[in-house]
Write a protein that binds this ligand. Structure first.
Ligand SMILES: [Zn+2]
Length: 136
């Protein structure tokens, strides 16, 4: 991916941030020139071929997204997927607020179900805006 393409990707993320009502958020973007993320960008996210991650702190409206620029999947699509995780961060924070209130076995089940549901919603939202790639 060229510098010009990376600038275009970043402009897309800026537009998407506004479209999602996240303009007040400080979102740090890292675009890695590779087909997968380096170890340090993966954090505690799993996967041998991890192409995108995000971390978000909704109480202070800050987030970081990490995107592999040269994966088979379009980088705009990877970035959009991660931005939807940022959008849903307040739900993740609410869920985490219950962690100390729920017995560990029940917590593990509830958290797993919640994460699966979030991932499914994020994938569907990402797919719903696949037309964005054609407009690039
Ligand atoms: Zn995801």
């Amino acid at each position: 991916m060229t510098k010009r393409e990376t600038d275009k990707l970043d402009a897309y993320v800026t537009r998407l941030q506004a479209r999602l009502g996240l303009s007040g958020w400080s979102i740090t973007r890292h675009y890695y020139a590779d087909d997968h993320l380096p170890e340090e960008a993966r954090g505690d996210h799993d996967g041998d071929h991890c192409i995108g991650t995000s971390d978000a702190w909704s109480s202070i409206e800050q987030a970081t997204i990490n995107v592999a620029r040269d994966a088979e999947e379009p980088a705009t699509r990877i970035a959009r997927h991660e931005m939807f995780h940022v959008l849903l961060a307040p739900l993740q924070a609410a869920m985490n607020g219950l962690r100390e209130q729920v017995a560990p076995p029940a917590w593990e089940i509830a958290f797993g179900v919640f994460n699966d549901a979030e991932e499914l919603a994020v994938r569907r939202l990402t797919r719903a805006l696949d037309d964005d790639e054609e407009e690039e």
